[in-house]
Design a binder for this molecule. Structure first.
Ligand SMILES: O=C(O)CCC(=O)C(=O)O
Length: 269
């Protein structure tokens, strides 16, 4: 969704764009807000990210399939700025569906390196009520910040935006597990996900992707020569937790109110 300069400056979506973005999230399960972060801020984030990823990859094996790193991020600038973690455009949209009391319970990143492979289609959350085939209203959104353009050749995220976030049959929900990746591809759900066909999510750096935590998606092979870094956060209703965000206690006390509120369930160190 292209935003007007007025929306970008005020941090408030017009009534029309808010309604449209909400419909995209509710029906298709995702929306891309274009041009939210400026180049200068992105350059700073990417530069520090590249240093951290190099150190991380030297001491850790890939955690999300071949040559694909899920790397935690320190809750400090240049990553944890108000623009990134409490972006008013993103929060306005997310709160309009999840309620004003959302929390952020996950702060990390996903990076396929050259040599990465397809993941199997997966949802980022387990069924909330595994004993019942029920679908419930949205309870969490993943917010992804591409730090480079997502191009067809550099391992863009692929998504199944056909209502896969609203599937009620718990047997059909492919939860993210990467130890049995091949078996899952051969499963009925794996075959069906191929038949249905995913869509590459091409997005320019500076865009922010908001997607229902349940929507099927997968990582794809990065065939370029550079990493394809992306920040990943989860905003959710306060009773759901996706992970643990760790924040330095002193820094937490100094955060602007709107950020501290969002991270009120963080573990202070
Ligand atoms: O790296 C990506 O593009 C997607 C990663 C992902 O979905 C995952 O590891 O759960």
């Amino acid at each position: 969704m292209k935003l007007t300069s007025g929306e970008l400056e005020s941090g408030v979506l017009s009534d029309e764009n808010l309604e449209s973005a909400r419909m995209h999230l509710l029906v298709r399960g995702y929306i891309v807000l274009e041009g939210v972060l400026d180049r200068e801020e992105l350059d700073g984030i990417r530069a520090r990210f590249t240093e951290l990823l190099g150190e991380h990859a030297d001491r850790t094996d890939p955690s999300r399939g071949a040559s694909r790193y899920g790397m935690p991020l320190p809750f400090t600038p240049p990553f944890a700025t108000t623009t990134v973690v409490a972006n008013p455009l993103v929060l306005g949209l997310v709160r309009s569906i999840l309620g004003d009391d959302v929390v952020c319970s996950f702060f990390a990143s996903d990076t396929p390196l050259p040599g990465s492979d397809y993941q199997h289609a997966h949802s980022d959350s387990k069924p909330l009520f595994p004993e019942k085939d029920v679908t419930v209203p949205p309870f969490g959104y993943v917010v992804n910040v591409p730090l480079v353009d997502f191009r067809p050749d550099n391992g863009p995220l692929e998504i199944w935006p056909y209502g896969t976030h609203m599937i009620a049959d718990t047997a059909l929900i492919p939860v993210a597990e990467f130890h049995d990746i091949e078996a899952r591809r051969e499963s009925a759900v794996g075959r069906f996900s191929e038949e249905l066909g995913p869509r590459p999510l091409l997005a320019e750096a500076g865009s922010i992707i908001v997607r229902d935590i349940r929507m099927w998606h997968r990582g794809t092979p990065n065939r370029s020569t550079e990493p394809r870094p992306m920040m990943s956060m989860v905003y959710n209703r306060p009773w759901y937790h996706h992970g643990t965000v760790e924040i330095d206690e002193q820094l937490f006390g100094e955060l602007p109110d709107q950020v501290r509120t969002l991270f009120r369930t963080a573990v202070l160190r």
